[in-house]
Design a protein around this ligand. Sequence first.
Ligand code: FPP
Length: 239
Amino acid sequence: MTQGLNRQETVPAHIAVIMDGNRRWARRQGLPVLSGHRKVAAEVLEPLVEHAFRRGVKYLTFWAFSTENWNRDAAEVRGIMRLFRDMIGRFGTRMHRKGIRIRTIGDLSRLEPALGKSIRELVDLTSGNTNITVTFAVNYGGRDEIVRAVGRLAADPEFNSRNSGLTEDEFGKYMDTDGIPDPDLIIRTGGEQRLSGFLLWQCRYSELYFPSFTMPEFTPERLDEAIAEYASRQRRFGK
Ligand code: FPP
């Protein structure tokens, strides 16, 4: 993959997407709800990743499954897990060939062990890739991430043996997102205007964009519109 020439400072380094509206899209088409998720996995994600790379975005994050999504209908949860499984093989190999690094955030320990293992293998396989980092938030909740980070901190002998205080940067190293910059732009598709705990620690200065189109309708052109909207914002970081 060759990177486009139109990288500018106005392009967000990290875009994070709350993928919403899949079931509404499916119902509107008269299709079973899983078709919305399937369309996103099969047709929407890869063009967005490629386009983001061409535009010079370095980190792209997708919220694929929340800690609350386990409460959905069991058949839908099974279907989404099946999509993850199917996607890892083909999509993963293609991503690796394109120099894309795959990461995850969220608690993978609740996934079926074989699925967790193949996700970890894909993360390891692509760990040396540098074109763009694509992070999937799987069994992710913002509060859950913070609670797990505090658990890691409390169990860290290095932290326990020191007597100086903890800085924000140091705490960030215990988060799932260690090494990933805070998102510059968070997009939630589907028209709802809330973050639902997405990247709760990291969203402090993120610009927010709430388009009405649903995730299955998210095209590269619409990503350009989101980037243009971002470029029009004035970020002051509290100054
Ligand atoms: C939100 O739309 C979507 C989800 C909870 C699941 C997202 C999962 C995928 C797109 C599966 C494929 C992903 C990968 C990484 C393989 P919703 O179901 O809440 O839609 P609604 O707002 O219309 O109810």
